[in-house]
Write a protein that binds this ligand. Structure first.
Ligand SMILES: C[S@@+](CC[C@H](N)C(=O)[O-])C[C@H]1O[C@@H](n2cnc3c(N)ncnc32)[C@H](O)[C@@H]1O
Length: 255
């Protein structure tokens, strides 16, 4: 089981800086628009665990929704608080893991965009988290979250990216270390480097482990956890079918 300390040591320093450079508040994959449309009638609290830098939480607050977030990384929480101040919105974010959710009938909706639930790699632990979320929703409340295509489990192509900063460059390279088809888990090495005048100033290595789910498998698990009326949307298009080409499936499940 992942502890608060383990999760808080990921998405720190350079990783948080890269997240903010690559996916600041205002950046949407289509998720902000789809989630907003699906939740436009919600007047109660929308809760986002793993809220990160507030990329989604803050736009929801800006639209007048009542929001609450949790996030284990202190660096990500700081970025979220700075963006909430800059946008002059109330978007409270506190330290916490998915497994720390203890609320009872408190939220009209729980949202988990960007595939963050896949960071929990034990299927048993995901089941316990879904049960917690079910308890935390008001009757009729909805859980909305994204899953990457199962085909990502076998995507082992290396990648390299870079971002210019005030004093140089930050680079990120990803190498897949192992694929476990039985556990549906892929482990990568994420190597973050900061370069100043062409010289390496700082480096950070993270193991990045994701579990990949089939959406039918997930629907069955949601049903076991008490959810009903599961609906899917392919690639952030409302009601679009999930096909072999779909990269991201958004699942909506109702309590
Ligand atoms: C891909 S980011 C998503 C941030 C934001 N929700 C978004 O859509 O841009 C994933 C976030 O999950 C957090 N995280 C990692 N493990 C977690 C866990 N076990 N429980 C809750 N959050 C976790 C990370 O610190 C990171 O900020």
């Amino acid at each position: 089981m992942q502890t608060t300390n383990q999760a808080a040591s990921a998405y720190r320093n350079l990783a948080a800086a890269v997240y903010e450079l690559d996916k600041p508040v205002g950046r949407s994959f289509g998720d902000v628009e789809l989630y907003s449309e699906l939740l436009k009638d919600v007047s109660g609290v929308i809760f986002e665990p793993a809220a990160g830098n507030g990329r989604v939480l803050i736009p929801f607050a800006s639209k007048g929704h009542s929001v609450q977030g949790t996030e284990p990384s202190a660096d990500m929480r700081r970025l979220c608080e700075q963006s909430a101040d800059a946008a002059a919105v109330h978007a409270p974010i506190t330290a916490g893991l998915f497994s720390d959710i203890t609320a009872v009938e408190a939220y009209d909706a729980v949202i988990i965009p960007a595939g963050s639930l896949q960071l929990v790699t034990s299927a048993q632990e995901v089941r316990a988290i879904l049960e917690r979320i079910h308890r935390a929703l008001v009757p009729g409340g909805r859980l909305i979250f994204d899953l990457d295509s199962l085909s990502g489990l076998f995507d082992t192509s290396p990648s390299a990216r870079s971002w210019a900063t005030d004093d140089g460059l930050i680079t990120l390279s990803e190498l897949v270390e192992s694929v476990d088809p039985a556990g549906q888990v892929r482990t990568s090495q994420l190597r973050y480097e900061r370069w100043v005048d062409g010289a390496l100033a700082e480096a950070q290595l993270e193991h990045f482990v994701l579990r990949f789910w089939g959406h039918h498998e997930m629907s069955t698990l949601l049903e076991l956890c008490g959810f009903t009326d599961m609906r899917t949307h392919g690639d952030y298009q409302q009601d679009a079918a999930v096909t072999a080409e779909t990269a991201v499936t958004t699942i909506v499940a109702t309590k």
